[in-house]
Design a protein around this ligand. Structure first.
Ligand SMILES: *[C@@H]1O[C@H](CO)[C@@H](O)[C@H](O)[C@H]1NC(C)=O
Ligand SMILES: *[C@@H]1O[C@H](CO)[C@@H](O)[C@H](O)[C@H]1NC(C)=O
Ligand SMILES: *[C@@H]1O[C@H](CO)[C@@H](O)[C@H](O)[C@H]1NC(C)=O
Ligand SMILES: *[C@@H]1O[C@H](CO)[C@@H](O)[C@H](O)[C@H]1NC(C)=O
Length: 397
């Protein structure tokens, strides 16, 4: 039986090499199906809720065999009030092609403030691209709801082998993209945009995830461009232009005495332009766990206010020397060049237990305002300083 199949495939390959490519191991054809949201009764007028039509289209996509494509066509605006795309799926891989645009309802029309606009969970081998926009209508929230619960626009939860590229996300009420419990994810050629004064509009908020790459993207938001939270390892960011925004941050970690870890983070070839912070690590007093093996390198600064920061007293007004913070070690800041908009170009503020093996190397930061002088502050830091401007005093061995 098996032999018969194999020779059959061999003959087919000889007759038609093209056809052969469509056949995978031992004669199982890789099916490919395409579903278009327009075939499920969407309005695409930007005003009436298309969530149910999207969900029906998703159900068929998720249940199909082989490779499944879900097309959201160009030239239409789809209003989604609440969409949960759940796996696991039968399809081996799913490609969502967002050519058209998606718009969130205004605050008053939002279905459930505790639910993000689009939640994708337990879907593996998912690719999303297409150049479309997702407009979060955050301006209907920010003023009226500074301290109340505000949702984000896109959440990935337990999605492995994820690729997201060429999307425009604008004006989320809260974070733009949350990533939780995902392995092997790549986000590239993304454009994420919200006003610099919009509250908590992180571009990316990532937790409990591994092997995640952020690449070649432009981010301008009102909070962190990338916030790397507890449970993350092997996170890379390269070719990110961030600003306005709060920079690329690890943490905050250890709030409410939590145990949290972050390790193997590599930020390279990024630009911080008009950001309040740049490369930042922030931990609360009293937390446990660790932050280690972190590299920030080849960073261009254009009027970043606080470009290099470690803060182990995050959230405290006065350093409490009795209470220590989780250990931070093996952190390298290398190859920073450019201007800072305030005096504290470098501020490594560790708690009394100290930060260890912190390397400052080839750094040249000057104040953008000639009346101000860039300065470096280090407290309880053990490490090495090489070729650093401004001059660093007080680094411990
Ligand atoms: C989609 O599938 C889910 C789970 O099978 C089901 O509960 C839901 O009714 C389906 N929705 C639509 C719109 O087909
Ligand atoms: C992250 O960057 C490091 C250092 O450049 C590299 O060795 C590693 O392969 C990168 N990881 C991914 C997932 O791209
Ligand atoms: C650095 O990032 C920029 C985008 O900001 C990109 O165009 C360039 O190719 C990157 N360079 C390297 C060496 O990766
Ligand atoms: C270090 O943090 C403490 C607590 O927040 C603060 O009081 C102190 O001013 C900080 N040091 C520097 C140099 O910023």
């Amino acid at each position: 039986m098996q032999e018969g199949l194999v020779s059959c495939i061999l003959i087919l390959c000889l007759v038609s090499p093209c056809l052969c490519l469509k056949w995978s191991n031992f004669g199982v054809e890789t099916e490919e199906s395409t579903y278009n949201v327009l075939d499920y009764g969407t309005n695409g007028n930007g005003e009436s809720d298309d969530s149910n039509a999207f969900l029906s289209a998703w159900n068929d996509t998720c249940r199909s065999q082989g490779i499944a494509n879900l097309v959201i066509p160009k030239g239409k605006v789809f209003m989604l009030k609440n969409l949960e795309l759940k796996g696991p799926c039968k399809a081996n891989s799913i490609h969502i092609q967002l050519f058209g645009n998606i718009v969130a309802p205004t605050k008053d029309e939002w279905v459930d403030d505790k639910k993000d606009l689009i939640i994708i969970s337990n879907v593996n081998s998912l690719t999303i691209d297409g150049g479309g926009y997702i407009e979060g209508n955050g301006n209907t929230w920010w003023e009226r709801c500074k301290d109340c619960t505000r949702p984000g626009v896109l959440r990935f939860s337990s999605c492995n082998d994820l690729s997201v590229s060429s999307l425009n996300l604008v004006n989320s009420p809260r974070f733009h993209i949350a990533i939780n419990n995902c392995k092997n994810a790549r986000f590239f050629n993304m454009n994420i945009n919200a006003p610099g004064n919009s509250p908590n509009t992180d571009a990316y908020d990532i937790s409990n995830s591994k092997n995640v790459v952020f690449q070649d993207s432009t981010i301008a938001v009102g909070d962190d461009c990338i916030a790397i939270n507890g449970g993350c390892s092997y996170i890379n960011a390269t070719g990110i232009t961030c600003g306005p925004g709060h920079g690329i941050s690890i943490g905050s970690l250890g709030k409410n005495k939590d145990y949290e870890t972050v390790e193997e983070v590599h930020v390279k070839n990024c630009t911080f332009k008009g950001t309040t912070n740049g490369a930042r690590i922030k931990t609360w007093e009293g937390g446990s766990g660790y932050v280690r093996n972190i590299i920030f390198e080849d960073i261009i600064l254009i009027e970043a206010k606080n470009p290099i920061i470690i803060d182990q007293h995050y959230g405290s007004k006065n350093a409490n020397i009795e209470v220590v913070s989780m250990p931070i070690s093996d952190v390298t800041f290398r190859g920073f060049e450019g201007t800072c908009a305030k005096e504290k170009a470098i501020n490594l503020n560790c708690s009394s237990n100290g930060c260890f093996n912190i390397i400052l190397d080839q750094i040249n930061i000057v104040a953008s305002n000639p009346k101000k002088k860039a300065q470096a502050f280090v407290t309880n830091v053990h490490g090495i300083v090489q070729n650093v401007i401004p001059k660093v005093y007080g680094m411990l061995e």
